[in-house]
Design a protein around this ligand. Structure first.
Ligand code: CDP
Length: 783
């Protein structure tokens, strides 16, 4: 049961989200709600070709449209040295195409006009002459020696971007040579898109008088964006003010810097007027950061009893035309090496090769801690393949191989130090709660009658909270996060954080953390994020990093305030500081609990009645550099029934037992899990962005790229175990990504389980009904 408010000790309580009243009543303030005086509108001209030379651009007709103020082309940007910009993954990308385009929907020109309609009309009149070039959409073809080289801007004359590996190749090889059982599975994680409800957009407002640029933008990482802009445009960083107002979903889509942003800024710099650019849905899906597109092969070496010994993984990562993900510098394939998952492998070796193709750029961490979703899907799928090879129940196989509770902190063969976990406990709770053994009996009976029912398991481990700054950076900026807290004289608080939520409920949960630490109610704490002029520097919200990083910063910042408050309390209580203790709600005299002062009383004294020589005020800032990442885990079980006539899969039950350490707000965590499961369900059954051989994007809208409605979505059952993170200040781990990371494997394992009597070992996502129907038809079940 959620509660409206609670007085003190708000941690762990299901307080209603403070932000919901404004969102539900349509009072949110998103970028497109902002209207500035003299504001202009921008529309982008995009390429219909996936690979073509540009032989001419004629803007004469477009300039005739009434209200058109400016048309920017790649040539204009070249003169400003802005035709190319760095990506957050160490690559460079075109802003507006100069001599050629590399993917369909690529940005070619930007038209600025007095109205949105005029900008759109004029954009259609920009005449671009193209000369088609051979297209490469298949990453394996792209690696062949005779494939056309797409990126002729690079010294390296091939489509290969980078090679990355983790683990020990030789020792893993040795294990494979001697292993009694080896299974191997090719698995594709298709190209999908975060597709947030609100597409990307911005308003660039350059004030010629002050020389300051105010940039309203749908940003998950406002500070990082400010720094990138300063580096790219040459504007001094203190003259850039980034404001990320309410953001309608991000899921990784609002981390990169997109060409439209740069064009709007250039237009505002040139015209001295605010310029708004808001994407259409098609522009969002077809040209902004996609996710996944991993072609993976996993091999597991095991003994006859099902004890896993070694894991070998080889992956081709299709990044499209530019590697425009936002990956930590040392990790071009993100944290993919978490692929050993929840299992105690002796050795593992993982290698990934990044490849260019004629597709939209990206590889963003869509609700995923940098490629962890791909890793979890691969290992959970391949464990099922092993179970089937050994003729062993997949639940039993997992129980035999879990890293044991006593092994934490656990050193993984690919270099991670898992902080804590009790995989067996979580899994056994899930098995019991869903009635696993009864379900298996039911399945056997149904199979005997020719009915198709499947049970799919996924017992995944995540790695979230980048990161310890010794290993993690984005474009050289070390990954930490921050909080600043100001306690006003009346005991009310404003807290500002370096992260930026997009619907995750930070205004509530961070108020709970700070309220708990300061003996205040969550209502007394106002949380503000997204304004670079006021918030301390932070790396933003993605990859479930907010709780592990800024959550830690918030708690430690509040404790810093408490240290000063204790001195003031001692002064008010007229005892020495050593005689004062904190009881969670007030400072009291040790041994005399009736003599106490609250934080409210201390706050007033901080401005009115201070100890001799003490600096007035009650404020603190904390930059928290976590000592390690956090490792949430979960046990998910899906039960599906298959219609033998149509191949349609019905998810009858889905149980998610998550462990994200100590929970700040159980209702919000449950909401995060429901949302992520719904996305995982869509990925498993509905979503894909395919291309034809000419590079035409075949799903650039919500008619072809399907988004589930509440009618499509299954009923979610949830539960929780709690294994606190030993190094996190409040013992919490991230949770936002877990359901998207863990669920696809449970769905696919369930469908494969249902179809296993026909010898089916794997089906690539999305599992459209026709794929199942095809299997049923081949096996004579249907016609
Ligand atoms: O970085 P992001 O906010 O997307 O992910 P997160 O850190 O996993 O947090 C998502 C939401 O769940 C936030 O409102 C967190 O404060 C909340 N949460 C929680 O209440 N307890 C946890 N142990 C983890 C997250």
């Amino acid at each position: 049961m959620a509660i409206n408010q609670c007085e003190l000790r708000p941690m762990g309580k299901s307080i209603h989200r403070k932000e919901d009243p404004r969102f539900i009543r349509g009072q949110g303030r998103y970028v497109d709600d902002i209207v500035l005086p003299d504001m202009l509108y921008m529309s982008i001209v995009r390429s219909p070709y996936a690979h073509a030379k540009i032989t001419g651009i004629n803007t004469d007709a477009a300039y005739q449209v009434p209200g058109v103020k400016l048309i920017i082309t790649g040539e204009d940007l070249e003169k400003m040295k802005l035709a190319w910009i760095p990506t957050m993954a160490g690559d460079v990308q075109m802003v507006l195409a100069t001599n050629k385009v590399l993917y369909q929907y690529q940005e070619v020109a930007a038209v600025v006009a007095e109205t949105r309609a005029a900008a759109v009309d004029a954009a259609q009149l920009v005449e671009v002459e193209y000369e088609a070039l051979p297209v490469v959409v298949d990453p394996f073809r792209a690696l062949q020696p005779d494939a056309p080289v797409l990126r002729d801007d690079r010294e390296k004359k091939s489509n290969h971007i980078w090679h990355w590996e983790a683990g020990d190749r030789e020792k893993t090889e040795e294990i494979f040579q001697n292993a009694p059982v080896v299974v191997s599975q090719d698995v594709r994680f298709q190209r999908v898109h975060p597709s947030p409800l609100e597409p990307c957009g911005c308003i660039a407002d350059y004030n010629k008088g002050t020389g300051r640029l105010t940039w309203y933008v749908t940003s998950q990482a406002p500070h990082a964006h400010r720094t990138v802009l300063a580096m790219v445009t040459g504007l001094p960083e203190h003259k850039i003010h980034v404001i990320s107002p309410d953001v309608g979903g991000g899921f990784g889509n609002k981390v990169p810097v997109y060409p439209g942003y740069v064009c709007a800024i250039v237009a505002s710099l040139k015209l001295g007027q605010p310029v708004k650019w808001i994407e259409t849905r098609t522009e969002n899906i077809a040209s902004t950061g996609f996710a996944r597109d991993y072609h993976m092969k996993a091999e597991i070496a095991a003994d006859e009893n099902g004890k896993v010994l070694g894991l070998r993984v080889k992956t081709i990562a299709d990044h499209g035309a530019f590697d425009a993900a936002a990956d930590p510098t040392k990790f071009p394939a993100g944290l993919f090496s978490i692929v050993t998952g929840s299992y105690d492998f002796q050795q593992a070796f993982v290698e990934v090769d990044g490849v260019y193709t004629n597709k939209a750029p990206g590889g963003v961490a869509y609700r995923c801690s940098f490629r962890v979703t791909e890793a979890a899907y691969l290992i959970e799928r391949t464990m099922d393949v092993l179970a089937r090879r050994l003729n062993m129940d997949p639940a039993e196989l997992r129980l035999r191989n879990f890293i044991k509770k006593e092994q934490f902190p656990y050193q993984s063969p690919t270099g991670w130090t898992y902080d804590s976990g009790d995989y067996e406990q979580t899994f056994k709770l899930a098995l019991e709660k869903i009635g696993y053994h009864e379900l298996r009996k039911e399945q056997a009976e149904k199979r005997a009658r020719g009915e198709l029912m499947g049970i799919g398991i996924s017992t995944f481990t995540e790695v979230v909270g980048a990161g310890p700054s010794h290993s993690f950076d984005i474009m050289g900026i070390k990954m930490f996060d921050s909080a600043e807290i100001r306690v006003h004289p009346t005991g009310k608080v404003i807290a500002r954080l370096g992260v930026r939520h997009q619907g995750q409920g930070h205004e509530t949960t961070f108020a709970q953390i700070i309220g708990e630490e300061l003996g205040l109610s969550a209502d007394d704490v106002l949380v503000e994020e997204g304004d670079t002029d006021t918030a301390p520097y932070g790396l933003g919200t993605y990859a479930s990093r907010s709780t592990p990083t800024a959550g830690g910063a918030a708690a430690l910042c509040a404790r810093r305030i408490r240290e000063k408050a204790k001195k003031i309390a001692a002064h008010l209580l007229e005892v020495g500081e050593e005689d004062v203790s904190w009881n969670g709600e007030a400072f009291e005299v040790k041994g005399l609990p009736s003599r106490k002062v609250t934080m409210g009383e201390v706050a007033l004294a901080a401005y009115t009645n201070l100890p001799e020589g003490m600096e007035p005020g009650l404020e603190a800032t904390y930059y928290y550099d976590p000592p390690n990442l956090t490792f949430p885990h979960g046990a998910y079980i899906a039960v599906v029934d298959i219609d033998t006539g149509t191949g349609a899969v019905k998810v009858r039950r889905f149980l998610a037992v998550d462990d994200c350490g100590n929970v700040i707000n159980p209702m919000i965590v449950e909401g995060q899990v429901h949302g992520g499961l719904t996305e995982g369900f869509a990925i498993a059954f509905m979503q894909d962005i395919p291309f034809d051989e000419d590079g035409n994007c075949l799903a650039p809208n919500w008619m072809d790229y399907l988004v589930p409605t509440s009618l499509d979505s299954p009923h979610w059952e949830t539960d929780r175990t709690v294994t606190p993170s030993p190094h996190h200040p409040i013992g919490a781990k991230g949770v936002g990504e877990s359901p998207n990371v863990g669920s696809p494997a449970a769905f696919v394992n369930a469908v494969v389980d249902a179809l296993s009597p026909f010898g089916v070992e794997h089906i690539d996502m999305p599992i459209f009904p026709w794929k199942v129907w095809e299997i049923l038809r081949k096996n004579g079940v249907t016609e």
